[in-house]
Design a binder for this molecule. Structure first.
Ligand code: ATP
Length: 383
């Protein structure tokens, strides 16, 4: 049974009367890799700063191991932070950068203890042998590892990381994502990570917290968040999604574009209007006569592993990812298995996301100004 380490209870944060965190409830388990994910300004850093003690919530409580810590200053919390703009001491070598906090500890640590803890930490962050390197001579990724070692050598129970890979190029980011996950497991402590990059969140986390406008919209495993988004915002923010209006005719039956589709969702009112998410990889292209819906390909983009194709269904454009090439102008049928359809309650985000019309139009202008006119035939429903 996982043990709760940190809890934010009804935390609200306002600056000059403007609410930027609205009644947040968040529980973080011991040894968990938890990621706060959301667009710029949604309140991720503020949440992290409340956990670190750099910011006091306007109202609400912060608990650490069951003890209320609202009034405990940052240096008395068993928490350390790594920022995107990690400031290494450029006049010190790698060893001394990592040893810095240890040398300030009271009662003073012995020389041999400091040496063994610094070397152990450099080994964990894969910088063994770099002890005497000038810190300014290191690559961006190596510098970030020193910053992480410097924070971890103090043995916090929680490491807070605020967009720590933001300054690195894509390739290095990917390498460091794996490294961070490995380091967290090797240290066996809690990491609370802030990013606006959904791929990064899915790749590293045990739990993902999706935020928008100072609110938590959903908390779950990466699989939960991807497969069962609670609303159109989460569905759109996490990966590509086609999101269309539908109506739940009955348990396990949804109507989209006047057609009935089998789905796995239950518990909605009869005929309840809903948002329907269909991921681009869950749509199968089939011969027209076998398709539940048919549409016309208006755009094709080769992506290496697959093609992104835009298909026009009665003026509504879907993104489909497929390894089979269907050239622009082709009429195709599509089939969607029940587990490829996910039903969401209507929300304030309904109608705002999940339509690829503008995406398609941009490409149409560039690649094929004379795309085939819309032409949709809908075969008889065969549910
Ligand atoms: P980003 O990804 O851009 O860093 P974020 O999700 O981390 O964004 P926060 O930094 O938590 O967002 O900021 C949330 C909101 O609170 C923003 O509108 C920001 O301008 C505001 N804010 C944060 N700190 C302060 C402050 N000290 N004074 C006034 N407003 C603030």
């Amino acid at each position: 049974m996982p043990k709760e380490l940190i809890r934010l209870a009804n935390c609200t944060m306002a600056f000059d009367g403007e609410v930027v965190l609205n009644n947040i409830e968040l529980s973080i388990n011991d040894k968990e890799f938890l990621t706060l994910l959301g667009p710029s300004g949604c309140g991720k850093t503020t949440t992290l700063r409340i956990i670190g003690g750099f910011q006091k919530p306007t109202s609400g409580d912060v608990f650490f191991d069951g003890v209320r810590i609202n009034d405990v200053p940052p240096h008395r919390r068993s928490v350390n932070t790594v920022f995107q703009k990690y400031a290494l001491f450029t006049h010190l070598d790698v060893f001394e950068n990592v040893a810095f906090g240890l040398r300030l500890q009271k009662p003073a640590l012995s020389k041999s203890e400091i040496t063994s803890r610094v070397l152990e930490m450099l080994e964990i962050v894969s910088l063994k042998g770099f002890e005497r390197r000038d810190s300014s001579s290191l690559s961006g990724g190596q510098q970030q590892r020193v910053a992480i070692a410097r924070a971890l050598v103090l043995r916090p129970k929680v490491l807070l990381l605020d967009e720590p890979l933001g300054a690195l190029d894509l390739r290095l980011r990917k390498d460091m994502q794996n490294e961070l996950k490995r380091i967290q497991q090797a240290m066996d402590i809690t990491f609370v990570y802030v990013t606006h990059d959904q791929e990064e969140a899915l790749a590293m986390s045990d739990s993902v917290v999706v935020m928008d406008g100072g609110e938590i919209l959903q908390i779950g495993t990466p699989e939960d968040i991807y497969n069962e988004p609670v609303n159109a915002f989460v569905a759109d923010f996490i990966g590509e999604s086609n999101i269309v209006d539908g109506a739940m005719l009955a348990d396990g039956v949804v109507e989209i574009f006047g057609r009935r589709f089998a789905c796995l969702d239950r518990g909605f009112a009869p005929n309840e209007p809903v948002d329907v998410v269909i991921r681009p990889e869950d749509i199968d292209i089939v011969p027209i006569e076998d398709g539940k819906l048919t549409g016309t390909v208006t755009n094709v983009t080769f992506k290496g592993v697959h093609y992104d194709i835009i298909v026009d269904f009665r003026g509504f454009k879907w993104l489909i990812q497929t390894t089979d090439l269907s050239p622009v102008g082709t009429k195709i049928g599509v089939k969607i298995d029940p587990d490829g359809i996910h039903i969401m309650k209507k929300s304030r985000y309904s109608g705002m996301f999940g339509d690829y019309s503008s995406y398609s139009a941009e490409y149409d202008d560039i690649s094929d100004a004379d795309a085939v006119p819309e032409d949709v035939s809908v075969p008889e429903d065969t549910l």
